[in-house]
Design a protein around this ligand. Sequence first.
Ligand SMILES: [Zn+2]
Length: 721
Amino acid sequence: MELAYQALQKYFGYTSFLPLQEEIVKDILLKNDVFALMPTGGGKSLCYQLPALLLDGVTIVVSPLIALMKDQVDGLKANGIAAAYINSSLRFDEIQHIKLELLENRISILYVAPERIMLPDFLLFLQRLNISLIAVDEAHCISEWGHDFRPEYRQLKLLKEQFPQTPLIALTATAIPEVQKDIITQLKLTNSKIYKASLNRENLFYQVKPKDNAYHQLLQYLNLKNHKRDPGIIYCYSRKSTDDLANKLQKDGFRALPYHAGLGADLRAETQDKFVKDDVEIIVATIAFGMGVDKSNIRFVIHYDLPKNLESYYQETGRAGRDGLRSDCILFFSHGDKRKIEYFIEQKGDETEKRVAYKKLQEMVNFCECRTCRRKILLDYFGEACNENETNCGNCDNCLEPKETIDGTFIAQKVISCVSQVRERFGMSYIADVLCGSKSQKIIRNLDDTLTTYGTGKEYAKKQWQAFIRELVQLGYLKSEGDKYPIVKLTPRSRDILSKKERVLLTKPAEEVQIAQKYFDVDFNHGLFEILRSLRKELADAEDMPPYIIFHDSSSKVMATHFPRSLSDFRKINGVGESKLEKYGELFVKEIVDYCKEHNVEPKAINVHDYNPAPGKTMKTSTLQETLELYKQNLTIEEIAQKRNLAVSTVASHIEKLILSGEEISIDKFVDIDRQEHIIMAMSILGSERLAPIKEKLGDDYSYEEIRLVRASEMSNREIA
Ligand SMILES: [Zn+2]
């Protein structure tokens, strides 16, 4: 494993493994078969890429996604690794050339599509090579019980027969327990080790909003946190709505483009390229988009329409925040969308397929309507047990802003009586109609307008009654049976309500829940980050590569936190391997040194422990606490600095962080009111993202510290409003 660590650092620039990576690599080096379930962003590909470098011969990677192959190979080459892919996008002579290189043992990793690997000619060719390892990526495609079955994957069953001595690793990011079993059986991984990493993506914030003028809701979100410059994906159900929405966003000043299968391969490739290269921030897409996109800094994924199942939802939201930084996953939910999907399910021919689809849709809807932790529901679905003691994940809407409840005992009694009176034969809509006193033909015909519960629920609209009923189902006081037209039935707990043994709390009828905005990346220098981002973009354009292949956002943010001013310090940043150090190190270090001089930033030691900040959490460290205590003693920034033996700029940045983390701090004492006004004015003209232009406009009389404090104070005020 010594060698593995060396290679990890040399080629990938990491000093430590993510969970399970080390064990998996070890196992493969011992030539064992492996099944690995790891979430997107969990470092799945490193599990075969690293052994590929240590083992003799070539590693074959089976991947269904042609677009992804190019991306991955580009990424590997940038790290100085000999990689190639063979697929239908290459010319004959290009393929011949790669084959020659393979025969000469000059390639360590080869990507191929599943339909190619089982071609007789290609198999014969592979037999001539020294194959060190076979990796089957997206292995869930082999199972009919999954959401993404691909018939061509079925043939991979024969891999073990063809290459019995070669270790095989199957990898997937989303597979419910049935699918996991299926993969292992089909690929004949009889004695394989099974690794399941937690599917929990702590840095993703999950939120479901009742869909109500979705466009307005969307704009509210995009404007709220200055998302104009953040890359994000908005998923829509149809091609037309994709086009329309992208259009609207463009008119409202966003750099947005549509993406769907109807657009033609060239235009699609161009759009994807623009997104990957940060030339356009928002992609409005049907599900056709994203499979091939390995972009690490996607800051939000919005589901404008309801996804068909939780697998799609998990996978699509999983594209956000691969760099481990906080990212938002927001879904606009309506029952109208559910009906649209049901209509399409109805068009399917195969009955089994229909049943699977209805069931999966229902699970999706349950997720949207739940009142409990969304993360827990997702993890439950994929068969991952949660820590029962941790009832609050701290990063989903239900945990952060528990919905207000009302005493719903009386409401529940009405509903349950009604269900019992109609003899458990109808669905939610009918029961709500009876309670509201609807004069529908069906009710009259059934003589249900004579029931004692008829018309007793006029104080709420039908929609609200349906919401109550759904909640009662979730809470177990009722149950819903049947896939297509679910019928509401009683449960043993229904009786407890009628006999008044139990009190029920129900969600207070709908009120807009504001997007939680407690999260702000505050722990890095935004000015330097922007400069590094531009440099990265320039270099990437020159090499015709996506910017994140040079450095991930997370690496850049660490640079903008610790200001490494020598190559040896720069080398300590996660994501900086030898190849990148050599290629880009000097350029980046120069920018950092210049920036520090210009802005009078002090050096900051890089400890092995703190250059990899925990994602999604802003800890209030003890040094901040100390500054806070002194602030409370009414000291000025200068006095605090003197007392703590720190630079004034450091203390100012403490104050800034404290403000942003929600501490009640008035900056009036630090910045004169008139000056605050001038700064606010400048920010309103120039925007508050970049400080340099603001400083330029205000002149030398104003310091960066002042501007930052005012900005922080403005941000925190806005959050409360
Ligand atoms: Zn939660």
